[in-house]
Design a protein around this ligand. Structure first.
Ligand code: BGC
Length: 766
């Protein structure tokens, strides 16, 4: 409510500032360097500092603070961009203020968290990554850019590429899982999708890689918490996706909230200047995260003036919501705590981004209301979102081929997520329009068609835990609590369950249980839903668990008792259709996990590319061995490993071959395997290649993903899949942080998930 009021106030005051009719002009301007140098030479110090200021429109709040005086500041040239304001018409009004009322008429950037689609919403990024389909992922970003740019947005705060190995952290939902190689490929695909190698197009937008850096490794999985990590681990395991985004030409980067080596990322010169700019050659600008500068006061780095100077000195160009630059940089310049060169350089990078977007030629380039009417939430984009979503679903279990279902008989659809429209799109779907997402119930009804009878009951609330409910529903969210008692809800569910041939139980997390500031210490299905599930199982009817989640959950018990489990994440506006497509076999599932599912929360952080240690387990059966690296009360293995996911068909791997058992530098080795579809359905398989470096100057992981191919194989068909390995695939950062390969023996594994033992070996010779 409070937010709504702020939007209205800002909206009205901004409109009042712009009375004149906009006359669209596209002018030809000087080359970038000349243009920006000239503009800079005409700017006052206040105007320069103004360009470094990024307030929020107040539409969407993700922190405790909000920006004030936005309209007035824009007119006075004290704003470089605005974010999280929605609609081409509204944005046009605001742009008019900058372009017609401010002295130098510098257009604004308009940013937004377009994280997994715009109004056409794709699966949450963790789900999207489970497609292992880079073309689809790139396309999803392109569609997001198409829609956002049609609605006035020219800058997205995406991709989020933070590697995470701890599902307690609520933001695992926003990333691509635990693997640096896959994460890097996805980072590149997303940047290319948004920017399309050409920012001058009217349907490409500036991308922002975040959160630089290591935000996915907070201690205890608690959001915003301390990160403490060796540099060798940063470089080998956590940095690669950020670097991949930089290599792909990402235009901007966002600093993370956490500290690194004891210095918050926002004030960390080593990170922002030495690594990002000097080592990686980043040419764009860096924006802080929401109030990242003033938060350094709480980190214990000094007062607002000190931390603002620290940020500028570190290599930060734009201040999101914090107003530290706006309020203190002038004083710091007078006191020689920062230099004019530093300010000029920061302004230059921001102006260059505006130039690249073509905003100086046409500030209203993205404000074509006709495009907004015809290019958003189109039939075509929704069809693509539906098929992408169906590839993101991961079939975890399917005893006796319970799935796919027949489109006949009576089907009971039960659970608090069965008819939960607002939950389909998941976290960070700020542009999704209320009421447009397809629920599971609706999807099942439409896809199953007339020959079947579909019954529905809610069965339980999402949770009966008041604390969880209260904390997950801040800022006006609701879990749509049903006021009936638990017993009444279960009784209604059992009634329809008993009338049906099969039960689909739609359970798991609400969208609000994951995402920013939604860390959990208990990552199981909430107890009240578990009780419902047990009651359903006791009917003796077959039960399919459709599991909604924004993170890997601990479902060890459910895996014992439920015959079929389809993990569906939050699959976007077309979720209900996509899930039904898979349940009824119109689409054969092909998603594979990109984050390990623990069997016990005590195992986290858990990930496949671990080190062997000096005392690895000797047996693979999970049998306890004393004085080995293990637990006395739990096995080491996860419930489902990285790369895991079933299909309705089966794939057989055979004839793994390597072109030579020796590799000389500059030589390419070929590794191939035959994959045969031995089941009854056509299907897609993600063929995964892992490498183990057996001896190194530093300890090396037991396996590292170094290649994958998603291929389609018709039933009965055999395909040979070939990978090439070069020394680049064998490189790593050594203890001097040099990127090297070392001669010696390597193992190459190819298989359907990270557990594969199917291997060949070779020796790298100097
Ligand atoms: C989040 C960012 C986001 C920003 C702007 C912050 O709270 O950490 O990921 O881009 O808000 O909405």
């Amino acid at each position: 409510m409070k937010n709504k009021l702020i939007i209205l106030l800002i909206g009205f005051s901004l409109m009042a500032y712009s009375q004149k009719k906009n006359t669209k002009k596209t002018i030809k301007i000087k080359p970038r360097n000349e243009f920006v140098t000239d503009l800079l030479s005409r700017m006052t110090l206040d105007e320069k500092i103004g360009q470094l200021n990024l307030p929020t429109s107040g539409d969407i709040t993700t922190g405790q603070a909000n920006s004030s005086n936005v309209a007035k500041n824009i007119e006075e040239g004290k704003v470089g961009g605005l974010f999280n304001i929605k609609s081409a018409a509204k944005i046009k009004e605001v742009q008019k203020v900058a372009v017609e009322k401010s002295r130098l008429k510098i257009p604004l950037l308009f940013g937004m968290d377009v994280i997994h689609g715009y109004e056409t919403t794709f699966p949450i990024p963790l789900g999207l990554s489970c497609t292992w389909n880079l073309k689809l992922i790139e396309r999803s970003a392109q569609i997001a850019a198409q829609e956002a740019s049609a609605d006035g947005i020219n800058w997205t705060f995406s991709p989020m590429v933070d590697i995470s190995r701890d599902p307690r952290w609520g933001r695992v939902s926003e990333g691509s899982g635990e693997d640096p190689y896959l994460g890097s490929q996805i980072a590149k695909a997303m940047v290319n999708g948004y920017q399309q190698h050409d920012l001058s197009k009217n349907n490409s937008i500036l991308s922002c890689v975040k959160h630089f850096a290591l935000y996915g490794a907070p201690e205890a999985g608690r959001d915003y918490n301390t990160v403490d990590m060796s540099r060798i681990r940063m470089y080998n395991e956590y940095f690669p996706p950020y670097k991949a985004a930089v290599d792909a030409g990402v235009g901007t980067a966002m600093a993370s909230f956490n500290e690194i080596d004891g210095i918050p990322a926002t004030g960390n010169k080593w990170l922002m200047t030495d690594v990002l700019r000097k080592q990686w050659g980043f040419k764009g600008f860096v924006v802080t995260d929401y109030t990242g500068i003033p938060e350094m006061i709480d980190h214990g780095m000094g007062d607002l003036q000190t931390v603002s100077a620290l940020a500028l000195n570190a290599g930060i160009e734009m201040d999101m919501v914090g107003e530290g630059f706006l309020r203190t940089l002038k004083k710091s310049l007078e006191e020689k705590k920062v230099t004019m060169d530093q300010i000029d350089n920061a302004v230059r990078l921001i102006l260059e981004a505006k130039y690249d977007l073509g905003l100086f030629e046409d500030p209203y380039k993205y404000c074509d209301v006709n495009r907004a009417k015809s290019e958003i939430f189109t039939k075509e984009s929704r069809a693509e979102a539906r098929s992408t979503a169906s590839e993101s679903l991961v079939l975890l279990k399917n005893d006796n081929q319970l799935l796919p279902l027949k489109k006949t008989g009576t089907i009971a659809v039960i659970g608090p997520l069965a008819d939960a429209e607002e939950n389909m799109s998941g976290t960070w779907s700020v542009a999704t329009k209320k009421g447009t997402s397809i629920t599971l119930l609706r999807g099942i009804k439409e896809v199953a068609g007339k020959a079947s009878t579909i019954l529905y009951a809610k069965g339980s609330n999402l949770t009966d835990d008041e604390t969880l409910e209260n904390n997950a529903t801040m800022f006006g969210k609701t879990l749509h609590r049903d006021s009936r008692t638990k017993e009444e809800l279960v009784a209604e569910a059992l009634k329809i369950a008993n009338q049906s041939d099969i039960i689909i139980a739609a359970l798991g997390e609400s969208a609000e249980f994951s995402g920013e500031s939604s860390s959990r210490t208990n990552i199981e299905i909430p107890q009240t839903q578990k009780d419902l599930l047990n009651a359903l199982l006791q009917t003796g009817k077959p039960v399919v668990l459709v599991l909604f989640d924004g993170r890997p959950l601990v479902i060890t018990n459910e895996n014992k008792t439920v015959p079929a489990i389809l993990n569906v994440w939050f699959a976007g506006t077309e979720a209900g259709y996509a899930i039904a497509d898979v349940l009824f076999g119109d689409v054969n599932p092909s998603g594979k996990l990109t984050a390990t599912f623990p069997r016990n929360i005590g195992q986290v952080p858990i990930y496949y590319n671990q080190k062997n240690t000096g005392r690895p387990l000797m047996n693979k059966e999970g049998k306890f061995e004393k004085f080995r690296s293990n637990y006395i009360d739990e096995r080491n293995e996860p419930l489902f490993p990285f790369g895991y996911g079933m299909s309705y068909t089966s794939f057989n791997y055979s004839d793994l071959k390597i072109s030579s058992d020796k590799m000389i530098q500059n030589q390419i080795l070929k590794v191939s395997v035959d994959v045969t579809n031995t089941g009854n359905y056509d299907g897609k398989e993600v063929v995964q290649l892992y490498i183990r470096d057996l001896v190194g100057s530093v300890t090396r992981p037991v396996k590292e993903l170094k290649g994958f191919q998603k291929i389609e194989i018709k039933k009965g068909e055999k395909r040979t899949v070939t990978f090439e390995i070069t020394v680049d695939d064998l490189k790593f950062y050594n203890s001097e942080l040099e990127y090297v390969f070392e001669p010696g023996n390597f193992e190459v594994f190819i298989g359907k998930d990270s557990n594969t033992e199917n291997k060949v070996s070779f020796e790298l010779i100097k």
